[in-house]
Design a binder for this molecule. Structure first.
Ligand code: COA
Ligand code: AMP
Length: 626
């Protein structure tokens, strides 16, 4: 561990020297002189006097260095039965053209563009095109319903929305355009134009506000890179908080490029020309960082996969992609591996597809259970590397880095803290916990480059959500401990954020929908364990006096309503009618106690509980069946 320990020590003791050195791996429009501006605590800005263009770092500089013919992106789409690839030179050409389309629509530095796209190369092109002209993109995951898209449109106030006519899920084609139209009907903000990629599976009717992607691009003049300040925003990515209102996580340009370049080389062990595959979605942070920006900044080849881990053609779908494109490292969520393991428990398909290029499997997005870890290690025969982080940080907080000597894998732990993350475990009084003792996982300020500088136009909420509970520290929202050797163990969220198949959701947003049902007096949504998805939401509803519904009908109606208002991805399937919800004497609903019961943990009845009989009744209802 000596090499790692020295590297980490230096990053905490001498952060400016550490990151100034890391900063030499990116191409600046104006080199940084100052590394960190801490003049307005608790806000910190990395590379405050530098200028950069992220798209130049992802594309132009590789072409200028003579690597234009190298494959930049492979689109593998079993749902459409197509595979295609583009070189760096080709990706630069189409990106510059699309940047020209946006510029022609009046989009300039600092203007927002909302992107809601399926897993097609145009999603990457649209993101890079925004970066190219200094516009701020906000990608919204396609699995959210119109209302969620509307909320994000209202917060980001985009000049232009970029979308596609449809997405293609395993079993059905999902028209996106009606959803976009509905979102724009619900939103108070009206974007000036929408650019729509027409897909043959379900072409859309275009209205006055809409432009056809292909037609607009064919007519466009390519746009060059616009220099922006390193601290200017590159994107906003909305993520679930504990309330129904999503948080707009801001990412800057300079710190982000530096951190991602460092992580690609040192955590993931990826060099220029390597083929890398992050099987996630561009709508999530894993997609932003490791489908789009990090592999391209590193000069690697990124695979963009439009499909599921099982089904097309079988549970060897991932192995086929790896074998066909010589993928060196795969990054996905444990849930995808569980889905494969369920269909092919012996892992026979891995050998059948003849995978030989794979060197590592990286897993993140949710807790990696030991069964999945053991299965993947046994079947794949490569290191299986858990890494823990979140939308806010943009890159791993902990990992067992592949490109740093001496950090062995420790099953059950997502590794050791990465440079710049001054990780501590605090008890409720703010004292540091002893090794092995669980507490809140917090990070000392300043956070390293790449992590969020604030929330979009909401410094106050940034401070209230993350920095106020333990002054001087950023609250991750996760609980856990550190062992004697410095390995971190993450036990799960200690707030009301839940994680369903690697998708982060707020119980608050689902509760709002459940509570709006006319027969529901009050409700709580908690996460319960699920064999495939890790967790799934479960709603507990107390009926209004005199409500004449049946439990089945109530469940059917609420499930449909959550699907319609939050999106299919919420995966709410279970609504349980309960006589009452356990509360403290001051009336606060005891969600933590309900979570414990649903997880099968027999916690003592809290001294503050209003009526212990309510908790007993819940124990009988919620206790997992053997
Ligand atoms: N657009 C529209 N709908 C979408 C969507 C999208 N981009 N993504 C998911 N959905 C829909 C699905 O079709 C599904 O609908 P259904 O209820 O009609 O079947 C629903 O949302 C739930 O999707 P999902 O949570 O993905 O469950 P699943 O049963 O379809 O698949 C897994 C389960 C495990 C195979 C899948 O979640 C997976 O591959 N996960 C990989 C991990 C991952 O991507 N994590 C992201 C962070 S790293
Ligand atoms: P997201 O912001 O969508 O990436 O979700 C972040 C949350 O997912 C974290 O706060 C954790 O609760 C959970 N998470 C992500 N990676 C891991 C991991 N490797 N182990 C345990 N939990 C994880």
């Amino acid at each position: 561990m000596d090499v790692y320990r020295e590297l980490y020590r230096r990053s905490i003791a001498e952060p400016e020297a550490f990151w100034a050195e890391a900063a030499t791996s990116v191409t600046w429009d104006r080199d940084p002189v100052r590394v960190l501006d801490s003049g307005r605590p608790p806000f910190h800005r990395w590379f405050p006097d530098a200028a950069i263009n992220t798209c130049r770092n992802a594309l132009d500089r590789h072409v200028e260095a003579g690597h234009g013919a190298r494959t930049a992106l492979i689109h593998d789409s079993p749902v459409t039965g197509t595979t295609s690839s583009v070189s760096y030179a080709q990706l630069l050409d189409v990106t510059a053209r699309f940047a020209g389309v946006l510029r022609g629509l009046g989009v300039g530095k600092g203007d927002r563009v909302v992107i809601s796209m399926p897993m097609v190369p145009q999603a990457v092109i649209a993101m890079l095109a925004c970066a190219r002209i200094g516009a701020v993109h906000s990608v919204v995951f396609g699995g959210f319903a119109a209302k969620e898209l509307a909320v994000r449109i209202d917060d980001a106030r985009p000049k232009v929305v970029v979308s596609a006519s449809c997405g293609i899920e395993a079993s059905r084609v999902i028209p996106y355009k009606p959803m976009l139209d509905e979102a724009l009907r619900l939103a108070h903000h009206t974007p000036e134009r929408c650019v729509i990629l027409q897909r043959p599976q379900a072409p859309a009717d275009l209205g006055d506000r809409d432009l056809d992607w292909d037609e607009a691009t064919a007519a466009a003049e390519p746009a060059d890179c616009v220099t922006v300040a390193a601290a200017d925003p590159l994107y906003i990515l909305y993520t679930s908080g504990t309330t129904g209102r999503p948080k707009g996580v801001v990412r800057d340009n300079g710190g982000h490029a530096v951190a991602l370049a460092w992580s690609m080389r040192h955590i993931y062990g990826i060099d220029p020309g390597d083929v890398w595959w992050a099987a996630s979605d561009v709508g999530w942070v894993v997609g932003h960082s490791y489908i789009v920006y990090a592999p391209l900044i590193a000069g690697a080849t990124t695979v963009i996969y439009e499909g599921k881990p099982v089904g097309t053609p079988d549970a060897g779908a991932f192995w086929r992609v790896i074998a066909e494109h010589d993928v060196k490292a795969l990054f996905t969520a444990p849930t995808a591996i569980r889905a494969i393991k369920k269909e092919d428990p012996e892992g026979a398909l891995f050998a059948q597809y003849g995978v030989s290029s794979l060197r590592s499997l990286f897993l993140a997005g949710e807790r990696l259970d030991t069964d999945t870890y053991a299965w993947a290690t046994g079947v794949l025969g490569v290191p299986v590397v858990d890494n823990w982080w979140q939308t806010e940080t943009g890159w791993p907080i902990t990992a067992a880095p592949r490109g740093v000597d001496g950090v062995a894998l420790r099953p059950g732990s997502p590794g050791v803290p990465m440079p710049g993350y001054d990780l501590r475990i605090l008890d409720p009084a703010g004292n540091e916990c002893a090794p092995g003792q669980d507490g809140a996982v917090v990070l000392g300020l300043p956070l390293p480059p790449g992590a969020l500088p604030t929330l979009w136009q909401d410094d106050e909420r940034y401070v209230a959500s993350y920095l106020s509970q333990y002054p001087g520290y950023y609250l991750t929202g996760d609980g856990g401990h550190v062992d004697e050797d410095g390995y971190v163990f993450v036990t799960g969220r200690i707030d009301d954020v839940i994680n369903v198949a690697g998708h982060r959701l707020s119980t608050g947003v689902i509760e709002e929908v459940v509570a709006s049902h006319p027969d529901v007096a009050e409700c709580a949504v908690i996460a319960v364990p699920d064999e495939l998805k890790g967790q799934v939401p479960r709603a507990l509803a107390v009926l209004k006096a005199g409500a004449e519904t049946t439990p089945d009908r109530l469940e059917r109606e609420i499930v449909a309503e959550v699907r319609g208002q939050v999106g299919a991805v919420a995966s709410l399937k279970q609504v349980t009618v309960v006589p009452a919800l356990p509360k403290t004497r001051s009336g606060k609903i005891l969600r933590a106690a309900m979570r414990d019961i649903a997880d099968g943990r027999d916690t003592p009845t809290p001294a503050t509980v209003e009526d212990p009989a309510v908790l007993d009744a819940l124990r009988r209802t919620l206790r997992p069946q053997p």
